[in-house]
Design a protein around this ligand. Structure first.
Ligand SMILES: [Zn+2]
Length: 489
């Protein structure tokens, strides 16, 4: 155990502390202290658990605290506090620094490389509000060497608005995040910050934004815009996806997902393989499936989509077996394509499979108005009344008056009426003397046809069914009590 000891700063990287400690005790860099304690330098610098633990034990410092500030470096990525990180997300090297912090620290052997400066998304010192400056050596593991003979830079004031994600990051690093949205809580630092940067970047700089080309201030701004959305939870993120899709420069369905979501999609589709990007990928996939005509069997962001949510005019045509020009006309008639839409706009639309396909199928088997009387076993006059009263409803709501020539009725709608009639009890032939058709009862003064018919279907007037007749024509009622009731009323 080393004595006197140098306090370990929980905000400092482990290698930075090791170098300070070594300078303090041996007057040499950390290689010396490590060698004296039989610890492999390379293993220690790359954050290997055995080396870090050995270091903690050697200097007599709680190993847990020491390990929290070690950054594990692998060939292709890294790990920090149990979270997988990509290589560029968190650097252990002393690449950037805050001039104001170092001035406060004292001389080069007192300079502490803060953990938070190693995060790619951190551009400013959250304590002093100044931009981080670059050191002269991007490979050194402590500032003393990274700065070499350099003079401390002049602090440059950052934009006045503090980025709110910095407060969150600081709280996470200090383990003082108390009131995080649960959606954020389950995500790693990299998942939150990268998704934030992507969303904010596309919203702020457009779909083809190249995030690596943004200035530090722009990166900070983009990350903060995205973070202010992410911290509100998944609903807010979905709203942002709505906006991104709506503002896409490409409106054609054929333009594809990349055009709709830009860099955000490209990241989740191709460039996030090394690190799990977190729940943003599921949100975007759901959004794509919900708003695009995805062919069943297609893989979207790594998951095969089995159910079709939307059709294009093209896929719908194949599904229902109607040629596209006719289908396009039909969809206009059904109100699925707005009347004022151009041909191109219609061809670029998507149609909800769950509602459009049944509607079209109903249309294909529909019954024209002139055939409805026969279908329902009624007179032409009776159907005219029921149609006028809205009891039988056409498949497509009528818009202009008088054009009854093309009015059609869904078979299932008419069958529903027949089923109701079929539910009436059969008349007994030996006891049917007073029973008559509705039309007869109406002529005898039992009231309006439509009222009597509806009362029968609702069970308010007892009625029977003649099995040798069809539909409305098969209904039989007892006339005398109806007339008596009418006069009594
Ligand atoms: Zn500072």
């Amino acid at each position: 155990m080393l004595w006197p000891t140098l306090p370990f700063d929980p905000q400092e990287t482990l290698t930075s502390y090791a170098d300070r400690l070594s300078m303090f005790h041996t007057g040499r860099g950390m290689e010396r202290l490590l060698r004296d304690n039989g610890i492999n330098l390379e293993h220690f610098v790359s954050g290997r658990v055995d080396a870090v633990t050995g270091f903690g034990e050697a200097i007599g410092h709680p190993v847990e605290a020491i390990r929290r500030n070690a950054i594990r470096v692998f060939q292709r990525g890294g790990e920090f506090r149990g979270e997988a990180t990509s290589k560029s997300f968190l650097l252990p090297q002393a690449k950037r620094y805050c001039p104001a912090c170092l001035a406060e620290d004292g001389g080069p052997t007192d300079w502490k490389f803060r953990l938070i400066w190693g995060f790619r998304h951190v551009q400013r010192c959250d304590r002093h509000g100044v931009w981080l400056a670059a050191t002269g050596n991007a490979a050194a593991s402590c500032l003393r060497i990274a700065m070499n003979e350099m003079v401390l830079g002049e602090p440059v004031q950052a934009a006045p608005e503090q980025a709110s994600y910095l407060d969150w990051l600081r709280d996470r690093l200090d383990s003082t995040c108390s009131k995080e949205h649960p959606w954020l809580k389950d995500q790693t630092l990299e998942q939150v910050l990268t998704a934030s940067e992507m969303i904010g970047g596309v919203l702020q700089h457009g779909h083809e934004v190249k995030l690596s080309k943004l200035s530090p201030a722009e990166t900070e701004e983009a990350t903060d815009i995205g973070f202010s959305i992410c911290r509100e939870g998944p609903e807010a993120v979905v709203e942002a996806l709505d906006t991104i899709r709506q503002t896409s420069p490409a409106s054609a369905v054929q333009a594809g997902t990349l055009a709709h979501y830009g860099t955000l999609f490209d990241w989740l589709e191709r460039r996030s393989n090394a690190i799990d990007p977190g729940p943003i990928r599921d949100l975007l996939r759901d959004h794509i499936v919900k708003h695009s005509a995805v062919e069943p069997g297609t893989k979207v962001l790594g998951v095969e989509i089995n159910e079709r949510k939307f059709h294009t005019l093209y896929s719908l045509s194949a599904e229902v077996g109607i040629e596209r020009p006719r289908l396009s006309c039909l969809l206009r008639k059904l109100g699925e394509i707005p009347a004022d839409a151009t041909e191109v706009e219609g061809a670029n639309m998507v149609f909800e499979a769950a509602t459009t396909v049944p509607l079209i199928e109903a249309f294909q088997t529909a019954i024209p108005l002139r055939d409805v009387p026969e279908y329902l076993g009624a007179t032409k006059r009776q159907i005219e009344i029921l149609y006028r009263e809205g009891f039988v409803q056409p498949l497509v709501p009528r818009t202009d008056r008088g054009s009854v020539r093309h009015v059609v009725f869904g078979r299932s709608h008419l069958d529903g009426i027949l089923d109701q009639i079929a539910g009436l009890p059969e008349k007994v032939t030996s006891d049917d003397e007073g029973l008559h058709p509705i039309s007869y009862a109406c002529q005898r003064g039992a009231g309006w046809f439509e009222r009597l018919f509806i009362e029968i279907l609702e069970g308010r007037v007892p009625a029977f069914r003649d099995p040798t007749k069809k539909g409305i024509g098969s209904i039989r009622v007892e006339v005398r009590p109806l007339i008596a009731a009418k006069f009594a009323a």
